[in-house]
Design a protein around this ligand. Structure first.
Ligand code: 13P
Length: 256
């Protein structure tokens, strides 16, 4: 955690979920009502097919709804793409950009991710910018160099603590059940904090840095207690309301 920074517990459903899954969103929207929501923010990013209905379901709840990607342009001849403006039009509040699956599947590079984040700002969305090293980069001792380069390349100069969330997701920890050690996460987050503070001064000191990669109900309390870990970006365990709410609930004790 970072003093005076409100943590964010965010779920990324990836390419999972149909209308039948809306019951889970309904349960999450109910489950986050209560005093803890004054201290912790919650967000679910379903597939864009469910976005508009999901925002309506969460309308009277502190649960926010976002998207998983956006195009860097506002509109035009880009078949299959969705703009940040369209996400905002569906009452989405956040958009994930630069997830490692998009960096790999769609060959997205830092410059494109930066442009996507800028388009998110233009639509008044909060950009969740993902970075993280691969297994071979970690094994060859290059983790911090990779994080430095991705932060420098993917995060726009106009980033503030209000419009940007950084998500550190070691690629080898995603969907594998593996997580870095507490010491490794602490080192990576302290490094990212120092980089952000040196580039954005006060804004960088307050910018949220989430950890993502095999966050589960069973490890959430330990991971969320680490210095400079300001929440989680959760994949698999965010699909079920019970698991998501249990991770969110880890903050009951941490914020007591
Ligand atoms: P898992 O929680 O399934 O490892 O996924 C993490 C992730 O990629 C969230 O964006």
């Amino acid at each position: 955690m970072t003093p005076e920074v409100k943590p964010l517990v965010a779920g990324n459903w990836k390419m999972n979920g149909t209308r039948a899954s809306l019951d889970q969103i309904k349960a999450m929207a109910e489950g986050v009502k209560g005093d803890l929501s004054d201290k912790v923010e919650s967000l679910i990013c379903p597939p864009v097919s469910l976005l508009y209905v999901a925002t309506a379901l969460a309308d009277d709840s502190p649960l926010k709804i976002g998207a998983q990607d956006c195009h860097q342009k506002v509109s035009g001849a880009h078949t299959g793409d969705v703009s940040a403006e369209m996400i905002a039009d569906c009452f989405g509040t956040h958009v994930i950009v630069g997830h490692s699956e998009r960096r790999t599947d769609h060959k997205e590079d830092d410059a494109l991710i930066r442009a996507k984040a800028e388009s998110a700002y233009a639509a008044n969305l909060i950009a969740i910018i993902c970075i993280g090293e691969t297994e071979s980069e970690r094994k060859s001792g290059r983790t911090l160099d990779v994080l430095k380069a991705q932060l420098a390349g993917s995060v726009p100069d106009t980033a503030t603590a209000a419009n940007t969330v950084i998500a550190y997701e070691p690629v080898w920890a995603i969907g594998t059940g593996l997580t870095p050690t507490v010491e490794d996460i602490e080192e990576a987050h302290a490094f990212m904090r120092a980089e952000l503070a040196s580039r954005f001064s006060g804004e960088g000191s307050k910018m949220r840095i989430l950890y993502g990669g095999s966050v589960k109900p069973g490890n959430a309390r330990e991971l969320m207690a680490i210095a400079n870990v300001d929440g989680a970006l959760i994949g698999g365990a965010s699909l079920k309301a019970q698991d998501f709410l249990s991770i969110y609930g880890a903050y009951e004790e941490l914020t007591a």
